[in-house]
Design a protein. Structure first.
Length: 270
């Protein structure tokens, strides 16, 4: 469901109009960003280890947060993070709510037709996760046939499950969630049998202390995450690509991989 915002304008007094114009005047457009001195970054904060809240419930942390901060610094800007529901996150680019989406967004042909993407910053595949005490035998993706399967709606996990099941002619019981963490929670509570997850997200859940999950299948990495922006902002696209090149060359991107995932994932985008 895309978030729709209805705006009803009623000019009641000249003072009210003046107030609105003053508010608009406070924001000065930057050379290649919607606000001078800032890089506004949309992300769905609830997708560990890429973006989630620290224990204080207010501070976003994770791989994409680290990446966004470093990119903004190299562009001479302040990183501003905007927690945005996934179902409307791309549409917000066209209404200038923010400059970029950095939120484990897979680069697809459909998205590239409507938005610009910088070069990939990490590679990813799909994985099947069950509880450690699960009696299920799953050796291939089609073994989820007939099972209660969970994944985040409108993501590549969702699309992958539907594509493979249609191609191989099997069915499963769909459980689509607004956040991937809710799928993992329901798996832990035995409400579903298996989660289809980005392999890089699964790494985080499997590595947690006293993890109740295990991976039973993993596909070949066949998708790449990229920074998405409104079409036509050539200056911003060029600057971000240059910053990513520099981060690869000086080891900064490698350091973020190791900090978040405990391993160097540079080969995932070669």
């Amino acid at each position: 469901m895309k978030k729709l915002v209805s705006v009803i304008c009623a000019v009641l007094t000249l003072a009210a109009f003046t107030s609105c114009t003053k508010k608009e005047a406070k924001t000065e457009k930057g050379e290649f960003t919607i606000e001078k001195g800032k890089l506004s970054i949309a992300m769905e904060v609830g997708y560990p280890p890429f973006e989630y809240y620290a224990d204080d419930g207010k501070t976003p942390i994770g791989f994409d947060v680290e990446l966004g901060k470093e990119l903004a610094k190299r562009l001479g800007l302040e990183a501003v993070f905007i927690d945005t529901a996934w179902d409307g996150i791309f549409a917000g680019l066209n209404t200038d709510r923010y400059d970029v989406v950095i939120s484990a967004a897979t680069i697809t042909d459909e998205r590239k037709a409507n938005f610009d993407f910088a070069q990939p910053y990490i590679g990813n595949g799909q994985a099947l996760i069950v509880r450690k005490d699960s009696p299920l035998t799953i050796n291939k993706f089609s073994d989820i046939a007939g099972l209660k399967v969970g994944y985040q709606a409108e993501t590549t996990s969702d699309f992958y499950a539907k594509k493979v099941s249609a191609a191989e002619n099997f069915k499963y019981v769909e459980n689509a969630y607004d956040k991937v963490m809710n799928a993992y929670d329901d798996l832990r509570l035995k409400r579903i049998d298996v989660v289809v997850s980005d392999s890089l997200v699964a790494v985080d859940y499997l590595a947690q202390k006293d993890s109740e999950y295990k991976q039973v299948w993993a596909g070949t990495p066949d998708e790449y995450f990229g920074i998405c922006m409104k079409k036509g902002n050539a200056a911003l696209l060029s600057k971000i690509n240059k910053a990513l090149d520099d981060m690869k060359a000086d080891g900064s991107l490698k350091n973020i991989y190791i900090k978040i995932f405990g391993m160097d994932l540079s080969d995932s985008i070669k």
